[in-house]
Design a protein around this ligand. Structure first.
Ligand code: 9WO
Length: 263
């Protein structure tokens, strides 16, 4: 039994998905058979000779809306193909109206994939998709954040990238996915590599010390300080360990000193 993650993407610009299949970790994982991608163009399921899949919005206004008919036929074809190998398909629509994606949700979706659920990712264009298609066919609507793109394709690829790198064997160094930013609910620490001094800026001494316990503590402290400064709401969503509490006290003390004009 193959246990590969199966994605089917519905898009009028299937060629965009080469960004995922042609480069990097996602390409390597594809070549290793860890995941598969099928592309479905709604134009192939259009109901007219011009292969159009959009029409003017009822109620007026600018732009066009994707019609339900061709999209439902496309999703049905993708679902039928998935059901040849999978028990269930889950249809996900990427839009700014969706629930914001988080690391926690990525891990939950990753669990569904591992359990054999196939994902059908619907990428809209124009001003959006007929609401009745969403009501009838979409299981989950996901947003990457409060901004508008030209279409859902880049969001679908971002979601797949986040899921593929969680697949066992996708990362050369398996520790990377575990130690990543957000896994601990904190932002990542700063990173340095050669040269030791760049344009007059030195690498923090601790990173050159070879003292791995001290390095780990410093990195955790930097993660805490950054999270406090840039994303303080993340710290209210999780309890601090004893070590983190101590480091946070150091951070506050350091800041108080800086405000006294000390360095
Ligand atoms: C287009 C538009 C034009 C004028 C006034 C308002 C408008 N809204 C939109 C719009 O939301 N278009 C969407 C384009 C329709 C669905 C697919 N598109 C999309 C998905 N843009 N941005 C996303 C997206 C998906 C996930 N996370 C962030 C953004």
């Amino acid at each position: 039994m193959s246990n590969k993650a199966v994605f089917d993407c519905v898009s009028i610009f299937p060629e965009m998905f080469a960004a995922l299949t042609a480069s990097g970790i996602t390409r390597k994982a594809l070549e290793a058979g860890l995941w598969s991608l099928n592309l479905w163009n709604p134009r192939d399921y259009a109901e007219n000779v011009w292969r159009t899949v959009d029409d003017r919005p009822y109620g007026g206004g600018p732009g066009m809306v994707m019609q339900a008919g061709p999209l439902e036929k496309t999703i049905a074809a993708a679902r039928a193909r998935q059901q040849a190998e999978h028990v269930t398909s889950r249809v996900i629509y990427l839009s700014p109206q969706g629930r914001p994606l988080t690391h926690v949700r990525v891990m939950a979706l990753s669990g569904l994939l591992a359990a054999g659920t196939g994902f059908i990712l619907l990428s809209g264009r124009y001003e959006g998709v007929d609401e009745r298609l969403i009501e009838r066919c979409v299981d989950e609507e996901i947003s990457l954040g409060d901004f508008v793109l030209s279409g859902g394709e880049l969001a679908a690829m971002a979601l797949m990238d986040a899921l593929v790198r969680q697949l066992p064997g996708a990362l050369g160094d398996t520790a990377s996915a575990v130690e990543d930013s957000f896994v601990a609910g904190l932002l990542d620490c700063p990173h340095y590599t050669r040269p030791e001094v760049y344009e007059g800026r030195a690498t923090p001494e601790v990173l050159l010390s070879g003292d791995h316990a001290r390095i780990r503590r410093w990195r955790l402290k930097m993660s805490l300080a950054r999270t406090r400064k840039r994303r303080p709401e993340l710290l209210t969503q999780r309890a601090l360990s004893a070590e983190e509490t101590q480091l946070m006290a150091e951070i506050l003390k350091d800041e108080a000193h800086e405000q006294c004009g000390e360095h």
